[in-house]
Design a protein around this ligand. Structure first.
Ligand code: MRU
Length: 356
């Protein structure tokens, strides 16, 4: 199944509960948009495009749940739902983008009957989800063209099917290169503290028969300095207009070390993840997560961290554009100057959606 989808028989949202992987494959179901909000906050679902699609389906649920009998009351209920869904996580811009897109569909002035508005939001959510898969496959083809026969690829966090509706961003590129028979090998950062690399990316590599080696985050620099990495692919949660890339904590170090060692560093970023309203990455809000993600750690069955330890737990960091070799989008691989070329790619893709 897709990471998140609408069940048309039962009118509810289904999603893979990623907290249980790789041990258990469990599907969570929500018939209330508050449940979808909780699932985003608690990381049943995570990864920027997946969060955007979940929020879009959450809005479709909110439209169904509302018992408003006129347009104004329904739009009011949708605004309330939008506020609740927006408050779940701050960094991934797809969350806000998906919600805004649903509100635009609902507010279409040609729609006056409440049932038509409800239907329009669901149709738009489904379209957003379907587009995500198609966009990821286009990015994968652009990105795979950068991979050479026998390359070793360094990857951070999870950016595969589970981080999107299906197929993935950076891991989607890797999957495509593998399917093209390029004889690749992947070094997977385990990605402390939530270990998305160890639990989710490794699980996906198993599913798609992608040869991989799991490494601790701190080993990435060693592999790069000793000539064991040919190219780095990462995802993004929000990319600013100047090409600064916010992604899972630890990405910045990879960008700097890659540059130092002459290794190409490519974020794989659907245009829905580019925030042209932000001139630089300094304006991207960085989520600070619960200290328990760092302290509730055992090694060989014993607690690691002393009680009372003070913890800093930023979930994302920003890699300045000067470390970014190019940005793989569904439009093309975009190269500097990003402030011109990234804007052009985003606007040309937005125009295509507008025409559909
Ligand atoms: O905290 P998460 O697991 O939602 O963070 C996910 C990432 O940082 C991914 O690398 C990112 O969303 C881009 S790839 C879809």
């Amino acid at each position: 199944m897709r990471t998140v989808e609408w069940d048309y028989g039962r009118n509810l949202v289904k999603m893979i509960d990623q907290r249980q992987l790789p041990g258990v494959f469990e599907v969570a179901e929500f018939s209330d948009y508050h449940g979808v909000a909780m699932s985003i906050r608690e990381m049943y679902i995570r990864g920027a495009p997946a969060i955007g699609a979940a929020a879009a389906f959450g809005m479709a649920l909110a439209a169904r749940q509302s018992n408003a009998s006129n347009r104004a009351a329904l739009l009011n209920d949708l605004d309330t739902a939008a506020q609740i869904l927006r408050a779940t996580r701050p960094t991934a811009v797809n969350l806000f983008w998906g919600i805004e897109r649903m509100l635009r569909a609902a507010k279409d002035e040609n729609l006056t009957r409440v049932d038509d508005i409800r239907q329009a939001v669901l149709v738009e959510a489904q379209q957003l989800a379907d587009e995500d898969v198609e966009i990821n496959q286009r990015m994968a083809r652009h990105g795979a063209a950068l991979v050479k026969e026998g390359d070793t690829i360094l990857h951070h966090c999870n950016t595969g099917s589970l981080a999107t509706v299906d197929w993935g961003t950076a891991l989607g590129v890797i999957r495509m290169a593998n399917e093209q028979g390029k004889n690749i090998h992947v070094l997977l950062d385990e990605t402390r503290p939530r270990l998305q690399g160890a639990s989710l990316s490794a699980w996906e590599c198993e599913q798609y028969n992608i040869p991989y080696t799991l490494i601790v985050d701190n080993a990435a620099g060693h592999y790069m300095r000793t000539g064991q990495v040919d190219i780095v692919f990462v995802g993004s949660d929000r990319t600013a207009a100047n090409g600064d890339v916010a992604n899972k904590i630890g990405t910045y170090k990879l960008g700097v070390v890659a540059r130092e060692n002459g290794i190409p560093f490519f974020p794989v970023v659907p245009t829905s993840t580019v925030d042209l309203t932000l001139p630089t990455g300094d304006d991207i809000p960085i989520e600070e997560r619960d200290s328990a993600e760092v302290t509730d750690l055992t090694l060989f069955g014993r607690p690691v961290v002393p009680k009372g330890a003070k913890v800093g737990n930023p979930a994302f960091d920003v890699t300045p554009y000067k470390y970014v070799t190019g940005i793989v989008t569904e439009h093309s691989v975009v190269y500097p100057p990003y402030s011109i070329n990234l804007r052009r790619a985003v606007e040309e893709e937005q125009a295509k959606i507008g025409k559909k």
